[in-house]
Design a protein around this ligand. Sequence first.
Ligand code: UD1
Length: 417
Amino acid sequence: MDRILIRGGRPLHGTVYVRGAKNAALPLMAAALLSGEPCVLHNVPCLHDVFTMDKILSGMGMRIDFTGRSMTLDASGVGSQEAPYDLVRKMRASFFVLGPLLGRFGKARVSLPGGCAIGTRPVDIHLKGLEALGACITIEEGYVVAEGRLKGADIALDFPSVGATENLLMAACRAKGVTRLTNAAREPEIVDLAEFLNELGAQISGAGTDLITVVGVDALGGAEHAVIPDRIETGTFLLAGVATHGDVTVQNASAEHLTSFLQKLHETGVEIEIAGQRIRARATNGFKSVDITTQPFPGFPTDLQAQTMAMLCVAEGASVIRETVFENRFMQVAELARMGADIDLDGNAAIVRGVKSLSGAPVMASDLRASAALVLAGLVAEKGETAVARVYHIDRGYERIEERLSALGADIQRVRH
Ligand code: UD1
């Protein structure tokens, strides 16, 4: 298994180009199931999660060509409506195929994703919504078996779940009549999905607000679409620059997708410059503590909580970080403590008291964003070497992170075994 070795204490400088958003690309790929014609996606990131979705869709008979950063998906020959356990267990986002399969074929058999490191993450909101659209759902041998021709309905989500909003949006495109989703998630990835579906011929309005209306259509065609920039990657690189007292500019970024994050960064004393698709962050006079509460969009993103914690470990003063989206998303804390961080956990809150510096240590990645936090802590550590094990978690969501950090001046390398 690969490890990432880091000798920290070097300020990062320079410009890094952010890739397409993983969390936008995955539902867009699944959405191609709805169309009988080829679809082309540009700015697709080369990530393990994208390869897993490719395997699931190819297994159903979709023809996929992924060259450079462009992907052509042709679902005209799809003959199977099954997503197997072996692939779904690797990635919860595999569950996105359920909505489009039901919408287009009126049937689907998709493995339940099961638990994961950051909580039990049930799929009840997805299933309740699909049932409201008229699907008959049973659970058989760990699989969700769904059948039925869908009809538009008014659906109020119990929580603005990103995945459930996306699944229901895709299913409703081909339902008969009008669907209204209230308390819908408002994340930029949902807006991107709705735009793509509309390009395919769907009739969706209100994406980006908490009320989305979908007028069902009989068929969807092909389209060409570019994936939005990855806001979490953007935030991670900016934090790497700031935490090491460097000066990093992220290119191809979208500041309006990161408003609450940038606001909090600004509150710590970091200077932020935004010019078109460039965001530059510098901590010329150091940075101080700040309190953070994660929330669904447009609130502070849970996917940047762990990385921000890594920076706050060496801020001046004490910060309180509250995690309200996931139940068990402080997996990085024990490892950060081994690097010298001073953090107390109290239920869904972490009290982070800033220390002067961290020291390198062998650490273990537990999930995608927690592992990015450990890499950031390794870059900050002024003494010793940090060896991050279980790097496959990072590869799920960051494309060759060590090469890109190294180009910014980090002493970082991947060791293969
Ligand atoms: C998506 C993102 C993930 C991000 C999360 C929240 C993708 C591929 N992943 O995950 O990176 O951290 O949004 O921004 O886009 N819940 C239920 N029942 C459900 C569905 C969700 O209780 O049916 C709960 C979850 O357990 C969790 C919360 O709702 O506590 C938020 O989950 P959700 O918004 O659905 O996240 P995902 O779509 O899984």
